[in-house]
Design a protein around this ligand. Sequence first.
Ligand SMILES: [Zn+2]
Length: 378
Amino acid sequence: MSTEKISANEIKTKNRRMIYNYIRKCDSVSKQDIVVDMQLSLPTVTANLDFLKKQNLIDTSGKIKNTGGRNATAFTYVKNARMSIGVDITAKHITAVAVNLSGDIVSMERRRIEFNLEDDAYLQEIGAVVECVKKDAGIADENLLGVGISVQSLISDDGERITYGMALNFARTEREEIARYIPYRNRLIHDSYAAGYRETWTNKEFENAFYISLSNSVGGSVIIEDAIYEGNTHKGGEIGHMAVVPRGGDLCYCGKRGCFDTVCKAGRLADYTDGNLEEFFRVLDAGDETAKELWDTYLDYLVMAIHNVRMLFDGRVILGGYVGALVGKYMEDICRRVDEKNPFGDRAKDYLVECSYKVEASAAGAALFFIDEFFDSV
Ligand SMILES: [Zn+2]
């Protein structure tokens, strides 16, 4: 008996989720269309629409114009009904974004502050940045789904602990400590996974892809069938520590030599222009000889990595992070150099892309964790 009850409930929940997702996809739809397109009974559809309306997840104030008959009520999806917040903690900045159910950034706050988890004032600042976007986006407590905290480190399965965080000095490794001043549900998320997820979340045609994050440190994420593949021990995609300089090479922050991080971190370029990456690309565009040499060496390694990733995964390759956001003008040249290595004749222009989310991808990706969790629970 009890099994039957559960399955009846499951069907109910499944129907509700299907109807909600259908309205989200259509944007605006009539009840009759839902009944016909989803092949559900009118009472089932009515009951579920009432439920979604009570939750403020759909709006019924619009009308759909019928030719001939009277106008039908339009059921419209309310994208700001719930929101989540993502915070990205880096060496010199704390950035937070508020994201709605469509994945749009509704509010953003970026503050320059030196990373120091041992300083209570720094922890308070993390909380203050979260409050700032919450207020700016007008999110009521009951509509805030959660806060995803993106960090440059590997994270335990439950999002509670940093398991490896050498890129920055993670003196505190427990979520509880880092989020001391965030009084909302929260979890830690690996920054490269968050950024990769941001790319694939709205761009479902990727299916299989590898996101290379070229920021102050280099990371990556493997996307298989639009989900992040983390590997057996959550280190999947750690391209930054792929060995690319066979002997010697510069010392990596991980303690080894010759890692991909040492040759393709953004600083390899930005150090030439006092840490300003935009300025590096400006002088490169202007034909500066030293910038050209630095860029050429940088590309030698980047092209090798792109080629190797393509050989391993045969999926899309996305150039992301700080460098990926600025690389647009040079894509043709990069594609040409990658093609020279490819033995199968497939063209890089068909699989290699620059990231489409150039602004705070890690923070937004971290927020999306809670949006997805919400969609699974409607
Ligand atoms: Zn390394």
